[in-house]
Write a protein that binds this ligand. Structure first.
Ligand code: GCU
Length: 418
């Protein structure tokens, strides 16, 4: 009995195990992307802006029901409270506002740095952080917040107390001084405030507050955690458009990695977002899934089952059957500027697949009268290409760095010019 039982467990475990990732360009299968400019209901070609609007609706519904999941409508009774203002933050170079966004009994904290001594309103970058707001820059006067963590061995997810040591811990990823010096503001929110990033932690997140009575989890076409984080970004935009110091027509959203996937979906769903930066977003973000290079749909569904909606699971190892791919996610942002950035050592995120999605999406930008990537040859490292759709592959690892920010600020200077 016993050996057979163990053999069965071993076999089951082997079945669960991921096949090794493909990093060989020669093994990328031949694939055809679903067309952007053909209506799926009747096969009509899309030749102008009006026709694109109808096609856009189709694509948006596809990605919503098959990939990210439908988010709940924000409630009418949200509150915004500026709980603190420091007019001499960062040695007088900045104004810091600490804002509490009250929604469904939760308080989402938004921290806003604005450049001091310049005419306002100013354009603002908005992004979610992997850690609470005090980590974006070493500011001894910023309020501290705790972070969600899963403790071993109990597997319990809980909010850990804030630490002084966390101030500025993620400073290299935000480059606050650089942004301020260039005349931009930076608004950040902690993604864990919206939805802690753990499979099974739904009870602690915003999605639980919207569950229909008797339901323990969202339905298969309803929001996963990424859609919840994107929804949270939109709640940040809800506040920013009320702040007289912020230029509401120049709000850019930025995100790294899973939060890059999130930034793309936020841009796709919220037209108030004027520009989108996807940094190393990879699979489930800017990378073409059909290439099966690096991370795959199956990897995402296996390791992060809470990120996407239930319907996305059916596409594990069935990429060619997906009625969508990453070029559609980028195209939903058109005609607003979008920057896709990769890192050379981040092969897991498939830099070439990210570039090719940007190339394919450019077709929509061109239809709408803008220049896109303008080339289908992958550029050399640290050689940004494109106009309204822009791309670079930076040397170095999976990260968001000073180099990346310099490109984003130059891009914003050009694309968000008034
Ligand atoms: C993992 C995951 C990626 C994700 C990344 C991140 O590597 O596989 O899809 O982008 O984490 O968010 O850091």
């Amino acid at each position: 009995m016993m050996p057979t039982f163990i053999a069965m467990i071993v076999a089951a475990a082997a079945l669960q195990q991921a096949p090794p990732a493909n990093y060989d360009e020669a093994k990328v299968p031949h694939y055809t992307l679903p067309p952007l400019l053909v209506m799926s209901d009747d096969g009509r070609p899309v030749r102008d802006e009006g026709a694109w609007e109808a096609r856009r609706q189709e694509i948006s519904a596809l990605l919503e029901t098959q990939m990210f999941g439908r988010a709940s409508r924000p409630p009418e009774d949200m509150t915004f409270e500026v709980v603190g203002v420091d007019r001499a933050a960062l040695n007088g170079s900045a104004i810091r506002k600490d804002v509490a966004i009250g929604v469904k009994g939760k308080s989402l904290r938004l921290q806003l740095y604005l450049p001091a001594g310049v005419p306002r309103p100013v354009p603002v970058f908005l992004g979610l952080g992997f850690a609470p707001n005090q980590t974006v820059v070493a500011d001894s006067r910023a309020p501290l917040a705790g972070a969600w963590a899963r403790s071993e061995p109990s597997k319990e997810v809980s909010l850990q107390p804030a630490t002084e040591a966390s101030r500025g811990a993620a400073a290299s990823r935000w480059q606050v001084e650089k942004l301020l010096a260039r005349g931009y503001g930076l608004a950040t929110m902690y993604y864990g405030d919206i939805e802690p990033d753990f499979d099974g932690s739904i009870g602690h997140g915003i999605r639980a507050a919207f569950l229909a009575p008797g339901r323990q989890a969202p339905g298969d076409a309803e929001w996963g955690a990424i859609a919840a984080w994107a929804w949270g970004l939109s709640r940040g935009v809800d506040y920013l458009v009320t702040d007289k110091d912020v230029d509401r027509s120049r709000i850019a959203v930025v995100g790294h990695s899973r939060l890059g996937k999130t930034a793309l979906w936020a841009g796709a769903t919220d037209p108030r977002i004027a520009m989108v930066i996807s940094n190393n977003s990879g699979e489930g973000g800017a990378a073409i899934s059909r290439r099966r290079f690096g991370e795959t749909v199956a990897d995402l569904n296996r390791r992060f089952p809470h990120w996407f909606c239930g319907n996305y699971r059916q596409y594990s190892d069935r990429e060619d059957e997906m009625p969508f791919d990453a070029h559609m996610l980028l195209a939903l942002i058109a005609p607003r500027p979008v920057y896709v950035a990769s890192a050379e050592e981040d092969q897991w995120a498939d830099p070439k697949g990210e570039f090719l999605a940007a190339v394919a999406a450019s077709e929509v930008y061109e239809l709408l009268g803008h220049k896109g990537i303008g080339s289908s040859t992958m550029p050399a490292p640290n050689q940004p290409v494109g106009e309204r759709v822009r791309y670079h592959v930076r040397t170095g690892p999976h990260d968001i760095t000073a180099y990346d920010w310099e490109q984003y600020l130059d891009f914003a200077d050009r694309q968000l010019r008034r």
